[in-house]
Design a protein around this ligand. Structure first.
Ligand code: PAF
Length: 282
């Protein structure tokens, strides 16, 4: 695995790969890797890509400075995991490489996707995601981008970004299934910050999603939503939302509509760890 820290160096190296007509697959990450990230890498390798991963904890997508400061960092373990998984190139840039001083990073508008759910609870978050993903894609210029369904709304933001940027119109965006622990908890770098008692109940988010899915079309969503909110609160979570939306355009729905594809989305804090998860309902 070759490691690059400078944008110009990885750009030059990948140019030579592209000249050999090898498709480039890209997995952007913020590190603290887990099996979910590795599954993205495996999918890229299965497709025969030359596989590039990046690790960059992007400051512009943290609306809460404390969350940024506490974001887990495990660079040596991450490198080993990527090496073991057969990653070809790791991009490990500094803030200055991603955001060169004096360069105005464009700000993208994601319309209503940026105003609801995560957008409402983390103002500026998706603007930061858009900035960093646009910049990383400009450097790596992959043929395929691998992102996890775990961040459903982020997937929509990135698809929207690709529509806004002509250079990305041919980008093949692969949205890969959420990897889960045995009890259903969605794998996330933030899980490492859970205490043992918090970890023991963290799978409640998944159980709420399963119940929203199981009760689809049999009970009003408002009833199921209240049950979920009540149980989460009773167990000590601070839920931000339990929501139902159109799976295609993320229009929020007040009730189940079995004529459209729906996704249930959930976000809740336990202690100072904020967890999110989602499940396609039908
Ligand atoms: O999902 C993440 O880890 C980040 O939001 C991403 C896509 C790497 C951008 O910083």
């Amino acid at each position: 695995m070759v490691i690059f820290k400078k944008a110009a160096d990885i750009e030059a190296y990948l140019l030579s790969i592209r000249q050999k007509a090898k498709p480039v697959g890209f997995i952007p990450t913020m590190g603290a890797l887990h099996s979910g990230h590795i599954s993205l890498l495996q999918q890229s390798r299965e497709k025969g890509d030359f596989t590039v991963a990046s690790i960059f904890v992007n400051p512009t997508q943290f609306n809460d400075k404390a969350d940024f400061d506490k974001y887990p960092v495990s660079i040596d373990e991450d490198k080993q995991m990527l090496l073991d998984a057969g990653c070809d190139v790791l991009f490990l840039p500094s803030v200055e490489e991603v955001y060169p001083p004096g360069d105005d990073t464009p700000v993208y508008d994601f319309g209503h996707i940026d105003t609801i759910l995560e957008g409402a609870h983390r103002p500026g978050h998706f603007r930061g995601v858009g900035q960093v993903v646009a910049r990383l894609l400009q450097i790596v210029q992959p043929d395929r981008l691998y992102i996890g369904q775990k961040d459903y709304q982020q997937c929509m933001v990135i698809k929207n970004l690709a529509r806004q940027l002509p250079a990305l119109h041919n980008l093949d965006i692969q949205i890969c299934p959420t990897m889960r622990e045995q009890d259903g908890l969605a794998m996330s770098s933030r899980n490492r910050r859970l205490t043992e008692p918090q970890r023991a109940i963290a799978m409640l988010l998944y159980q709420c999603l399963v119940s929203i899915q199981a009760k689809a079309g049999t009970q009003p969503f408002a009833v199921v939503q209240k049950e979920c909110l009540d149980i989460l609160k009773e167990k000590g979570f601070e839920p931000d939302y339990v929501a139902l939306a159109d799976a295609g355009d993320l229009t929020l729905l007040n009730d189940y509509d079995m004529n459209r594809r729906m996704v249930a989305l959930i976000a809740a804090k336990i202690g100072d760890v904020r967890l999110i998860d989602n499940m396609v309902v039908n």
